[in-house]
Every structure is written in C-alpha cells, then in structure tokens.
Design a protein around this ligand. Structure first.
Ligand SMILES: Cc1ncc(COP(=O)(O)O)c(C=O)c1O
Length: 380
C-alpha cells in the first residue's frame, strides 16, 4: 500500500494564538514546545569536539563505548541490570525510531498499533508509515486481537502520567497474549515529581515487570531532555535481542547511523548523572513556580507527576483556554493535538528560561487576584 497524503504539521494552527499573545504589552511567553533552553553541559560539548576526526562510517548499532554506557545507565539509573551490548542500539534521536519502528518490524495493512489515549503524535505517524491501523487505548483489555505493536509512554507526554510496576506487568501480559511487541517510550524517566521525586520511575525492562524474559519487550529513551542534547540527536533502544537484531539490520540497510562524534558525546552524557541532576533541579524550580500559579488562575492540573509538562483543564474547549492564556501573553499547546481525549486540556511546557517562567507565573497570579478573577478549579 502506497503512502497516502500526510497531515499538515499541526503547530501551524497555533498562529492566531501566537498573534493574540504577541499583543500583550510586556511581550509573549512561549510555553508550547518541549525544546530545551538551557546550555548543553561543557563536558558533553568537549566530548563532541574531541571526536571530530570521524573519517570512517560510524557503527549503526553504536560504538562499544556508547552501548556500554547505555547498558550501565540502565543498570545504574533504571533498575535494569544484566543487559548485553547486543541488546542495545543507538538511534538518531528517538523520534525517528518511534516513526520507523512499526515499518521496520514488518507491520502492515490489517495490523493494529496501540498508543495511549492522549499521545505524542509520532506513534500515529509510525502506524501511518507502515500502513497499519491505530487504536488509542490505555486499558490492556481494550487492545484488539490484531494488535502487533503497543506503545506505552511512561512518563507520558503530554499528560505526565506514570505507570507503576503492576500496570506495566499487566500491559506486558496482555501484549504477550496478543503476540504483540510492546515498547515503552521512557524519555522522561529521570524527571519524576511529587511521589516520584525520590524513587525511580519503573522501567518496562525492570525484572519486577518482565522477570528474566525480555522477549517482545523494548524500551526507548533519549538524551534530548535529560542532558540538553536535543540538537545532537542522541537516543537509544534496548531489550529483546532478536528485535534489536531485526531493527539493526533494517537500520543498516537504510543508513540510519548516529554520527560518530554524537555517539562519543552520548556515552559521556549518559555517565554524567550530576549534570542531569542539575538540569532536573532547574525544571523542578520552574514547575514549583508555574503549577500553583496556573491552579490559582483556574487550571486543574491532571497527571503531570513526571516529565516536562503541566497538563490542565479549565473545563472549556482547549482553544478557549488557549485564548484566555494568550490574553495574558502566555502561549500553551492545545490538548487536541494529542488526541480527542485531550480536547479540553492544554499543555504547558516547563522548558522556558527562569525569567520567562517568572513572568508567566506573575501574570497568572495577578489575573487570579484581579477583577477578571480566576475560574476556580473547584467549580469544574
Ligand atoms: C514522548 C516523546 N517521545 C519521543 C520524543 C522525541 O525526542 P527526541 O527525538 O529528541 O529523542 C519526544 C520529544 O518531545 C517525546 O515527547
């Protein structure tokens, strides 16, 4: 089946909201896209610079150093010990992996890809590229018999929800019953808040979830957010050896290689836990400022236990809430972009500089106590 017309990139639909926000006398604060704004740590930049004699083609799987760093990180930070080097693979950021996975695994017409009920849009694009059907469902009981690939995303974008061990176990059990591959996109795994601030967010590859059998199970993660490396395009996949081999073979044929200097930087970045902790602290402070200010203004925050977004609703359609925020010069993202279940929510990103987050929080607090008053979340 040939690839049909592709949807327009949805962010173009935000132009009128941007124009409305730009009319604010003190300027607009953009809290839409989750692109890191803080510098890449100097040690990682030095690693990239040190590896620029890259005359030969890089390894598609990833250099031994890069894969060793991935395996060590899973053991040290994610409670997943004992991965072998051939159970890990580097990718050119995780978005291309999400988009290409269904196709490379051989899914096609009549197969179903499952994604969360509110979801990062690229899972859908991956189903479209493969010619497969898409079902949005969180409850494993709702995954149809023809499911061949299940995407989990814990912690989730946009809703910041975390699946605990029991929930992950139930998902794996159902995927195995269906004979489906299950992949958890864990790119926000080290950004837990509230009850997850002091304990690790469980990985799908945790032995408490899969026991000693990783068959059919993969995890992808990324350095874009953890280490401010979005511009490098550095991410990875780990899990079932046979699936990794299948993906590696496809990726070798397609020429999907992470550049050698980036592989070197990836290895250094994955070991740089202190720098990641510093960045996490920046986001924690921004969240502490924004969350109460949004709540005082009238947004009920749902989920958002982890990750880089506050997912909230006033009870109105998302475009109405976006206009109200734009009147304060604040630009947020429409929940509708993440599926029909999100159409009354907006997504507010924590990836803005401190001064911008402070400006946004001050405007929200002033509006909450001003004559236009808040829409009390308790009235929802
Ligand atoms: C859930 C999720 N997966 C994957 C990605 C892609 O990240 P990258 O391609 O930078 O690794 C993002 C980026 O925002 C995301 O939110």
């Amino acid at each position: 089946m040939a690839l049909g017309p592709l949807p327009d990139y949805p962010w173009d639909r935000l132009v009128p909201v941007r124009e409305r926000a730009a009319a604010h006398p003190d300027g607009a604060v953009d809290l839409t896209i989750g692109s890191p704004v803080d510098p890449t740590p100097p040690t990682i930049r030095a690693a990239l610079a040190a590896a620029t004699d890259a005359h030969g083609y890089p390894s598609t799987a990833g250099s031994a150093d890069a894969r060793r760093a991935i395996v060590d990180w899973f053991a040290r930070r994610r409670g997943v010990p004992g991965l072998d080097l051939d159970e890990a693979l580097v990718t050119v950021g995780s978005k291309e992996f999400v988009a290409s996975c269904a196709f490379f695994l051989g899914l096609g017409e009549g197969d179903v890809v499952v994604q969360p009920s509110v979801a990062y849009p690229t899972y859908e694009m991956g189903a479209l590229f493969a010619g497969a059907d898409l079902v949005s469902a969180d409850d494993p009981a709702d995954w149809p018999e023809s499911t061949r690939l299940v995407w989990l995303n814990s912690p989730g974008n946009p809703d910041g929800r975390v699946r605990d061990v029991d929930s992950l176990r139930a998902a794996v059990a159902r995927a195995r019953e269906l004979g489906a591959v299950i992949v958890d996109d864990e790119c926000y795994a080290e950004l837990g808040w509230d009850e997850w601030a002091d304990r690790p967010i469980p990985s799908l590859l945790d032995p408490a979830v899969v026991g000693d059998d990783r068959t059919g199970v993969l995890v992808t993660s990324s350095l874009s957010k953890r280490s401010n490396l979005a511009g490098y395009r550095a991410a990875y996949v780990a899990g079932d050896r046979a699936l990794i081999m299948r993906l590696l073979t496809a990726r070798k044929h397609a020429g999907l290689m992470t550049p050698a200097p980036v592989q070197h930087a990836l290895a250094v970045a994955l070991a740089a836990d202190d720098e990641a902790a510093e960045q996490r602290e920046r986001y924690r402070r921004r969240r502490e400022l924004l969350k109460p200010a949004l709540e005082a203004w009238g947004l009920r925050i749902d989920g958002s236990e982890a990750g880089l977004y506050l997912w909230g609703t006033t009870g109105d359609d998302c475009w109405t809430t976006l206009d109200a925020l734009a009147d304060l010069g604040i630009i947020a993202g429409p929940g509708e972009f993440y599926g029909d279940a999100g159409r009354r929510h907006v997504r507010v990103s924590l990836t803005a500089l401190d001064a911008d987050v402070e400006r946004a929080a001050a405007r929200l607090r002033a509006a909450a106590s001003g004559p236009e008053g808040p829409t009390a979340a308790s009235e929802l």
